[in-house]
Design a protein around this ligand. Structure first.
Ligand code: HEM
Length: 384
C-alpha cells in the first residue's frame, strides 16, 4: 500500500490480490457518489460533472441499472447489432486514407471508429466526434483549473445540453437508438427520469470513447516494432484473441479508478478508516510479478491471462465484448489494407497527461498507397 498526500490524500494498493479484494467488496469499498456531491467518486482527483450510472452506485441499486446494459452488450448482441457497424466504420475510415500513403492512425482511424460508433448508437450527431473525444480524454487528463481543463469542461457542458435535448426529443418521438431504449425502462415500477437516462448515456459516452482508441493505438505502435507478429495475427484468429488479452493486460488502457472506504478495515496490512480514498490501479495489478510471469514482457500467446483491464466485481466493464471486437476489427483492417505502415517516431506524441486512459495523442505513419474502394455508407453518415 502506497500513500499519496496529493488531492486530499489517498491509498494505492499495487498487488494484484489487494486490488482484486478491494474491487470485489462493495460493502467495504464503495463506488457511490455521496448524496449531492458536485464531483465524481470514481476518479482521483475527482472531477466536476454529472453522476455516471451505474458506475457511481453500489449494489443493490447499481444492479438494477446495470441490468439494462447487459442485453445491449452481450457477445450475441454485439455480434448482431454492433459488429457490422464497426466493420463499416473501420473499412470506411481506413479506405479514406488508403491512397494517401500517410496518415495519423489516431486521428484518422482508431479515434473516429469508436467515437462515431458510440455517438450514433446513442442517437447523437457524429460529425463533432473529434471535439468530444478530446474533451473526454482531457477532463481527467489535464490539471484541474488549467485553461485546457476548462476548455474540455466547456465542451462537455455543450454535450450535456445536447444529450438532455436528445432525451426530450426521444420522449416525444422514439427511435431505434439506445437513448430511446433507456427512456422505455423503469425501476421498481417507476419510469427512468430524464436525469437518470442522462447519467446512463453520459457513462456510455465516457466508456465507449477513448478506451478502445487507447488500446488499439498502443497495440499498433507496438506492432510497428514487432513486424513479424503482424502477419501471424492476420493468419490465426486464436492468436488474435490471445493477443487481445495480452495487449489489454500490458497496456491496461483504463489505468486506475477509485473507491471510498465505508468502515474500519485493513488492506495489504494497512489499517483504513471510513472516508479514506483508494486508487485502484488496474495497470499495476496487471504487472504484478506474483500474478504474471515476466509481466514486463509482451507475450501475445500468454495463457492463462487473468488480467483486470476491465476491472472485476459488479462494476466489471459492461462494454468488454464490444471493446474486444472493436479492437480486433480495427487492427485487422489496418493490417490488411496498409500492412507495411511505419510509425514516424520523431513526430509521434504520447498523450501529454495520461489521465484515466494511457496511450498516444498522435501516431503518424507512412505506408504504400493503395487504390481506394470507396465508402459510401461512411460518406453518407459524415455528410453535414
Ligand atoms: C479497451 C476498452 C475498455 C476498457 C479497458 C474498459 C475498462 C473498464 C473498467 C476498468 C471498468 C471498471 C470500473 C470500476 O470497477 O470502477 C469499466 C466499467 C465500465 N465500462 Fe468499460 N472499458 C472499455 C471499453 C468500454 C466500452 C466500449 C464501453 C461501452 C460501450 C464501456 C462501458 C463501461 C461501463 C458502462 C462501465 C460501468 C459498469 C458498471 O458500473 O456496472 N467500456 N470499464
Amino acid at each position: 500500500m502506497a500513500w499519496s498526500s496529493a488531492h486530499g490524500g489517498f491509498w494505492v494498493p499495487s498487488r494484484y490480490d489487494d486490488v482484486f479484494e478491494v474491487a470485489r467488496d462493495d460493502a467495504r469499498f464503495s463506488s457511490a457518489r455521496a448524496e449531492g456531491a458536485p464531483e465524481n467518486s470514481i476518479t482521483i482527483p475527482s472531477q466536476p460533472g454529472n453522476r455516471n450510472v451505474p458506475i457511481e452506485m453500489d449494489p443493490p441499486e447499481a444492479l438494477a441499472y446495470r441490468a439494462f446494459l447487459n442485453p445491449l452488450l452481450s457477445p450475441a448482441a454485439v455480434e448482431r447489432n454492433l459488429v457490422p457497424r464497426v466493420r463499416m466504420l473501420a473499412e470506411g475510415f481506413v479506405d479514406r486514407i488508403a491512397d494517401r500513403g500517410s496518415c495519423d492512425l489516431i486521428a484518422d482511424i482508431v479515434g473516429p471508429v469508436p467515437a462515431v460508433l458510440t455517438l450514433e448508437w446513442l442517437g447523437l450527431p457524429v460529425t463533432n466526434w473529434h471535439e468530444i473525444a478530446h474533451a473526454i480524454h482531457g477532463v481527467p487528463g489535464y490539471p484541474k483549473g488549467s485553461p485546457e481543463h476548462d476548455k474540455c469542461l466547456a465542451i462537455l457542458g455543450e454535450l450535456h445540453a445536447e444529450v438532455l435535448e436528445l432525451i426530450s426529443r426521444r420522449r416525444k418521438d422514439s427511435r431505434d437508438d439506445i437513448t430511446s431504449y433507456l427512456i422505455s425502462k423503469s425501476v421498481n415500477g417507476e419510469p427512468l427520469t430524464d436525469q437518470l437516462v442522462f447519467e446512463m448515456v453520459m457513462l456510455l459516452i465516457f466508456g465507449g470513447i477513448d478506451t478502445t482508441t487507447s488500446l488499439t493505438g498502443s497495440a499498433l505502435a507496438w506492432l510497428d516494432e514487432h513486424p513479424a507478429e503482424k502477419a501471424r495475427l492476420l493468419a490465426d484468429p486464436k492468436y488474435l484473441q490471445q493477443a487481445t488479452e495480452e495487449f489489454l493486460r500490458y497496456f491496461s488502457p483504463v489505468t486506475a479508478l477509485a473507491r471510498t472506504v465505508t468502515q474500519p478495515t485493513r488492506i495489504g496490512g494497512q489499517g483504513l478508516q471510513p472516508g479514506d480514498r483508494i486508487l485502484l490501479p488496474w495497470l499495476a495489478a496487471n504487472h504484478d510479478p506474483e500474478a504474471f510471469e515476466e509481466p514486463e514482457v509482451v507475450r501475445l500467446d500468454r495463457s492463462p491471462n487473468r488480467h483486470m483491464a476491465f476491472g472485476i466485481g459488479v462494476h466489471r466493464c459492461s462494454g468488454s465484448n464490444l471493446a474486444r471486437r472493436g479492437f480486433q476489427i480495427m487492427l485487422t483492417e489496418v493490417l490488411q489494407r496498409i500492412p507495411d505502415y511505419r510509425v514516424n517516431r520523431e513526430d509521434a506524441l504520447r498523450l501529454p497527461s495520461q489521465g484515466l486512459n494511457g496511450g498516444w495523442l498522435t501516431l503518424p505513419v507512412t505506408f504504400t498507397a493503395q487504390p481506394r474502394r470507396g465508402s459510401p455508407a461512411l460518406d453518407a453518415l459524415l455528410a453535414p
